[in-house]
Design a protein around this ligand. Structure first.
Ligand code: SAH
Length: 203
């Protein structure tokens, strides 16, 4: 059906999506709360992982978009699947933005909690404890589908998975230390990045 679409259109589409992602992130950083931090968790080489992730999300995709780098790693994917990738990336961005709107001042780049921290349980946080991380997985998977390139897709998924695995346990421990029983109760009704199936049955 969509076989007439030139290859470059997918590269540009990915570029527009990454710029939108960047704009949301800049907004997030601008509104980053300066309130007093009451606890911080240092996780193993967090800066190294964040730096690697930046390559996977920004630098490598832009080399591919602007200069058609890594073209020997292109693989065949039907255009319909690549268009589905564009839709998934868009859904990922909407989920990222929605989660940020709900999390508000509780958002932070590294793991920390401040004196005004509230436990968010509404919007996407009603179903999963880490909807932002769900959105990043969706975005990274979509990047693989849109680019149809092993390096651009693979490196994004690999680096993001490493960053995620490195911080998720520490983040939940930090939340438990702050909210105690309330967080345990919250865990019992939510999934980590996918909603709990039993919850879907209940409603
Ligand atoms: N992991 C979450 C939030 C990412 S931002 C997500 O994927 O949506 C990281 C910061 O969010 C952490 O430092 C923590 O202070 C805060 N945080 C995480 N979950 C939270 C929750 N349910 N309510 C309030 N703050 C939360």
């Amino acid at each position: 059906m969509f076989h007439n679409i030139p290859e470059i259109a997918f590269r540009y589409a990915l570029g527009v999506l990454i710029i939108t992602y960047g704009l949301i992130t800049i907004n997030l950083l601008k509104n980053y709360s300066k309130t007093k931090k009451v606890a911080r968790k240092k996780v193993f080489s967090e800066n190294v992982f964040m730096f690697l992730d930046w390559w996977g999300v920004v630098a490598i995709p832009w080399m591919y978009i602007l200069f058609n780098f890594f073209k020997s790693y292109n693989f065949y994917l039907p255009h319909t699947i690549r268009i589905i990738g564009i839709s998934l990336y868009t859904i990922g961005l909407l989920l990222f933005y929605y989660s940020y709107k709900i999390l508000g001042k509780n958002w932070s780049m590294t793991l920390e909690v401040d004196s005004n921290q509230k436990l968010c349980k509404t919007g996407p946080y009603k179903y999963v404890r880490h909807p932002m991380y769900s959105s990043f997985f969706l975005i990274m998977f979509a990047q693989l589908l849109i680019s149809a390139n092993l390096i651009v897709g693979g490196v994004g998924i690999l680096f993001w998975t490493m960053l995620f695995l490195n911080r998720i346990h520490a983040e939940e421990k930090m939340m438990f230390e702050l909210f105690g029983k309330k967080y345990i109760e919250y865990i019992s009704t939510t999934g980590v990045i996918f909603p709990k199936l039993s919850l879907a049955h209940k409603k």
